[in-house]
Design a protein around this ligand. Structure first.
Ligand SMILES: *Cc1c(COP(=O)(O)O)cnc(C)c1O
Length: 349
């Protein structure tokens, strides 16, 4: 186990967090928070919007703990997992001094969040299977390296990262491993979660934005050592998860079957789409995917991209990595949407 305290910025360790009105008393007559005692201007399906939400996220943490068997103390909810990325950087990285390592190509938000916080990024290429190059990553570590960002399944390539490689990095790195499992619901048995208790320097982040179909409510969560969870609570704004979000996510958690149905539908459509794409002349390669999107290598991606856009079909194209040059990232759509995509691509050939 790592000595986590040494990794935390001194000002954060010393920080005296804001104590909100609802920290101490959760019942009684509330004349302590300058809320409006007369009610709200808007009727909602959620009661009590005139009162601030619970800063400790108790109901959400209890419900998710019950569902996942993850201890309550190891859970933290964020306004999307994007908030958790930002908070993690702010807890562990010293602006203008620390650096992080990002195996690339991957999700662009880590780099942006580092830029906002004035943290240098060392980009280390993923290997030819878009898996971790453990040796190169370890070589890139210096005394100011605080976080390694990993994304599994990786966006935009779709592949899971090798578990033994993650473990190897985790053992050989004295800082924090931020493991983004935004897409893990599409390959749930492949999660790193079962190994988490052996390593106190790993933060697993997840989201309700993808498999749960709730991108619009902005809610993500992470699982980590209690020490890290307490730091996250210490630095977050007091009332990040609002009552509307909370109500919707609680409802979602109680409907796990629905998520499983959505996942099943997605995976079925993914199989169909891969099959249909593989018969097109313009398609050169379809990368293996454990997510709800696929990376497709085509002949002349730019012209395919422009053609699809003209037909109001939006896919993503990344040009910052040589290996993605002729690739399109395609999210799995409904049967109708996927069929239209295939029809258009056939006509393009
Ligand atoms: C979509 C996505 C997320 C989700 O972010 P939220 O802020 O929770 O919506 C996180 N990580 C990756 C890699 C993603 O692709």
């Amino acid at each position: 186990m790592k000595k986590l305290e040494q990794l935390v910025r001194k000002n954060i360790l010393k920080l005296k967090p804001y104590t909100s009105a609802r920290d101490k008393f959760q019942d009684g007559i509330f004349l302590d928070a300058n809320e409006n005692a007369f009610g709200s201007t808007v009727e909602s399906f959620v009661n009590g919007l005139n009162r601030y939400p619970d800063p400790h996220q108790k109901e959400l943490r209890k419900a998710l703990s019950k569902l996942t068997k993850i201890p309550y103390e190891k859970l933290f909810f964020g306004v999307g997992s994007d908030e958790i990325v930002d908070l993690t950087i702010r807890i562990f990285c010293e602006p203008a001094k620390s650096n992080v390592i990002i195996p690339s190509p991957t999700y662009g938000m880590y780099q942006v969040a580092c830029g906002i916080n004035d943290i240098k990024v060392k980009s280390v290429p993923l290997d030819n299977n878009f898996d971790i190059d453990v040796k190169q990553v370890i070589q890139a570590v210096d005394k100011n390296t605080r976080i390694i960002f990993l994304c599994s399944p990786n966006n935009p390539t779709g592949n899971l990262l090798n578990r033994d490689k993650i473990i190897s990095l985790t053992k050989n790195f004295e800082g924090i491993i931020f493991l983004d499992e935004a897409y893990i619901d599409f390959a749930e048995d492949k999660s790193f979660l079962n190994y988490l208790s052996e390593f106190n320097n790993v933060i697993i982040s997840r989201t309700f934005s993808k498999a749960w179909g709730l991108a619009g409510v902005r809610c993500g969560y992470c699982i980590a050592d209690e020490f890290i969870i307490n730091l996250l609570f210490k630095v977050k704004a007091p009332y990040t998860i609002n009552k509307l979000t909370s109500a919707i996510v609680l409802e979602a958690i109680s409907q796990l079957k629905k998520r499983d149905e959505i996942v099943e539908k997605t995976l079925w459509q993914k199989e169909n789409l891969i099959y249909n794409l593989s018969h097109l002349k313009c398609v050169e390669k379809i990368y293996p995917s454990d997510a709800n999107f696929i990376l497709v290598k085509v002949k002349n991606a730019k012209s395919v991209f422009d053609y699809l856009n003209k037909n109001k079909i939006r896919v993503r194209m990344r040009t910052d990595d040589e290996r993605l040059k002729d690739c399109l990232r395609v999210t799995i759509g409904t049967e109708k949407e996927n069929n239209l995509l295939i029809k258009l691509l056939k006509e393009f050939e």
